[in-house]
Design a binder for this molecule. Structure first.
Ligand code: GDP
Ligand code: MG
Length: 300
């Protein structure tokens, strides 16, 4: 290899957009592994998470952010908003995502904040697989250009992986010359323990529909590798007794389903067998209490 080809590029790329726009879905497809959990419900992503993709001379460090919330009532929301503002100060590129061809008030509000960042901003128009009429795309892009001087405007479908490779190629062109931050094969900054807890939380969120609000937390109590098998036990914290009953389900059926699904994801990511035990406990008021948040791993 000559000197020239050893120059490395590396940069941080923030995914910003209103809840449910598809940030975590896009991150997983770009990284090529499920590292960020997703669901139809807002507030699925609670903490900033890095997804890392190394290709050729470039290392892209994606920063997945929690859904931006308009309500400042609860400590959890306050914490998420702070995470977004501090993320903006610290990246080389922003992917501002919207859901198909509309700017909602929430989007406008976000865009206002994003433009304070001194780095280039891409407008990523997601969910184009759901567009009834793709002819509307071009006039919409023209309109968007007049809203802000976006460095690029890229329509994609994160879910169906339409145009995501082209997006990746464009991102690479914007990365500064920098040494890589992470080893070539690392996919995320989070450890297996954290990801295990997140997989359980994803299955709960997906299983429970609107019955269970967002006040659910998962703590890993045991995590050890014995004879090539991960033994993991997780404690699920809910707010009320009724929620505990619903989560467990008739004859424990629902909890069992959650466990089976979460275990599959863990085995897929860790590449070995997993024995998973789940427990449910009532701990009321946790989402409103900063101290409880910290004890559950929501660092500042
Ligand atoms: P986030 O809150 O922005 O992280 O959004 P998620 O990644 O959790 O996605 C929210 C929902 O939108 C999930 O049900 C995804 O399956 C769905 N979704 C994400 N991207 C697309 C897409 O390109 N097309 C369609 N049809 N659905 C998508
Ligand atoms: Mg998310």
């Amino acid at each position: 290899m000559n000197e020239e080809s050893q120059v490395q590029h590396c940069g941080r790329v923030a995914l910003i957009g209103k809840p449910n726009v598809g940030k975590s879905t896009l991150l997983n497809h770009l990284v090529g592994q499920k590292v960020s959990i997703t669901s139809r419900k807002p507030q699925t992503t609670r903490q900033r998470l890095l997804g890392i993709k190394t290709l050729g001379s470039a290392q892209i460090i994606y920063v997945d952010t929690p859904g931006y919330q308009q309500s400042y009532k609860k400590a959890l929301n306050r914490h998420m908003n702070k995470t977004i503002s501090s993320t903006l100060m610290d990246v080389d590129l922003v992917l501002f995502m919207i859901d198909r061809l509309r700017f909602f008030e929430e989007d406008e509000h976000l865009l206002e904040n994003i433009t304070k960042a001194k780095c280039p901003v891409f407008l990523v128009i997601n969910k184009i697989d759901e567009l009834a009429d793709r002819e509307q795309l071009l006039p919409f892009i023209d309109m968007a250009k007049s809203k802000y001087a976006f460095a690029e405007i890229v329509p994609v479908s994160a879910l169906k992986e339409q145009n995501t490779e082209a997006l990746e190629g464009t991102i690479v062109r914007y990365l500064p010359e920098n040494d890589w931050t992470f080893p070539e094969d690392q996919l995320t900054d989070r450890n297996s323990r954290y990801l295990a807890a997140e997989f359980v939380r994803e299955k709960i969120t997906r299983q429970m529909g609107d019955e269970l609000p967002y006040e659910v937390a998962v703590e890993i109590e045991e995590f050890k590798l014995v004879d090539e098998i991960y033994h993991i036990s997780a404690l699920i914290l809910v707010e009320r007794d009724g929620q505990k009953k619903m989560l467990i389900g008739d004859a424990g059926g629902r909890l069992k389903l959650i466990g089976t699904e979460a275990r599959k994801d863990m085995e897929n990511l860790f590449g070995c067998k997993v024995m998973l035990k789940l427990w449910v406990k009532v701990k009321s008021g946790w989402s409103d209490d900063e101290r409880a948040l910290r004890s559950l791993g929501f660092e500042n």
